[in-house]
Design a protein around this ligand. Sequence first.
Ligand SMILES: Cc1cc2nc3c(=O)[nH]c(=O)nc-3n(C[C@H](O)[C@H](O)[C@H](O)COP(=O)(O)OP(=O)(O)OC[C@H]3O[C@@H](n4cnc5c(N)ncnc54)[C@H](O)[C@@H]3O)c2cc1C
Length: 500
Amino acid sequence: MDRSVADIPDVIIVGGGGSGIAAGVSCLERGLKVLLLEKQPQLGGTTGIAVGSFTASGTRHQRRNNIDDNSRDHNEDAGRFARSDVEAAGNCELREFFLSHAADTLDWLEAMGLRFHGPSPEPPNRVPRMHNVIPNAKAYISALHMRFLRLGGHITTNASVAGLLRTDGRVTGVTVDVNGIQRAETSKRGVVLAAGDYANNAQMIAEHKGPTFAAVEGINPDATGDGHRLVASVGGQLRNMSITYGPEFRFVPPPRKSFSQLLPSNPAAVKLMGALLPLVPKFVINAFIKRLLVTWQHPEDALLDDGAILVNKHGRRFCDELASSDREIAVANQPDKVAWILLDEAIIKRYSQWPHFISTAPEIAYAYVDDYLRLRPDVATAAGSLEQLAARRNLPPTELMAAAAGTQKFDGVPQMKRALQGNRWVLLGPVKSYFTTTEGGAAIDTSFRVLDRSGAAITGLYAIGQNGLGGQILWGHGLHIAWAMTSGRLVGKVLAEMDE
Ligand SMILES: Cc1cc2nc3c(=O)[nH]c(=O)nc-3n(C[C@H](O)[C@H](O)[C@H](O)COP(=O)(O)OP(=O)(O)OC[C@H]3O[C@@H](n4cnc5c(N)ncnc54)[C@H](O)[C@@H]3O)c2cc1C
């Protein structure tokens, strides 16, 4: 996939995840020459492992379902997902600008062959706004990649951008390490940073969020904040770097590729699946979504509120299960950074039917104890006694029994409300504490230009996706991908319309 033309590109894009390839396609559609540099051997980034929800208002799908909606209402509701102190730190104006363009982005993606299921409700959104791409977020990468190549864009993989080149204050290119060899690449119009988030950069997390969070991993091990470092290297302003999506518990990934990742995502298959979808009975769709639900999912905190306990690989309790945030940090500091959730008979019974579920895609589907035992035997096991249960997961039985009975005494570990008991036991896990993503990003204006600490634009430098969040708080489901795609689409327009 190495570049074969000698011409200097109009635009260099750093990062081949969702926002970067979207930006590339948008530039190419407007006749610009594009060089996309991706540090991994393949495109995708976090976008490639995501579920794929795209939340937007005023869409064709909403109109078809007689839902009257607009971006002002949407922005108001989007501000209700995070805690008030987090929301207060956000850039509400930029978020409204973004939301006012998200529906057009959905149309643009559909014109490339992508298909969406929904809209589905997600309170506190006042109306259904969540559109789920078929079959999962890999489809964005396939469709955009194909279109990028058809339009004549150039991609270099295994190309890690290490620095920015500047001439008279203007960013004119990058230094890039390609298969261990460093070289310079210049561009005529600008450099677009689309290098994702820093969820797995322990040093950045420690610096901005605090050292106690440093042991928490990002779900995407390659989310190392290179683009944020590049912004800072030229005096760019970074906003909201202490705000993260997580830490929260998630089950470790399945040993083999998950069911959803195995589904074909090339445009022809997606079109076919989209065409067949209206004919598929609802219970089949729900069963399919349930499978998605048990991969990468977050076990509900309510399990711990209802008395389930956390144990480490030595079968020991190690924290106050009710202390949110502290318990996530505690898990990240256990041997192998893992823990298990122990459920007794009463808790198993409670979490076997509505309204008590282990995990959910809100208002779409719910997964209960039996769903996990059936679909994820690697992270759910049941037994009639604690000895059997301990043997199945190679945990010390005596310690596990002491943990369940509440007879272990460790500093900082409070007495349980009640001892666990009964004739049926379930261990869920391993769970780890993960950051799903991070909310810090370059300060930008509505032309995606990176701003310096005085608020002035750094000429030639643009940032999009998680790299260029501009201080927005995008909690709830589906806004990060909507932003990645929308900022990518719009930055192409900006670059095409500028004077060279
Ligand atoms: C399990 C999971 C599920 C999710 N589900 C959803 C969802 O359903 N809906 C939603 O809205 N959000 C979801 N998210 C979040 C969302 O997927 C991401 O925030 C979004 O896709 C990020 O897109 P991006 O283009 O900014 O970054 P990425 O897709 O991560 O792309 C960044 C790219 O830049 C490359 N790169 C990094 N550094 C360099 C460098 N120095 N040189 C060259 N290349 C570099 C990376 O390798 C990567 O390919 C999910 C996240 C996770 C972890």
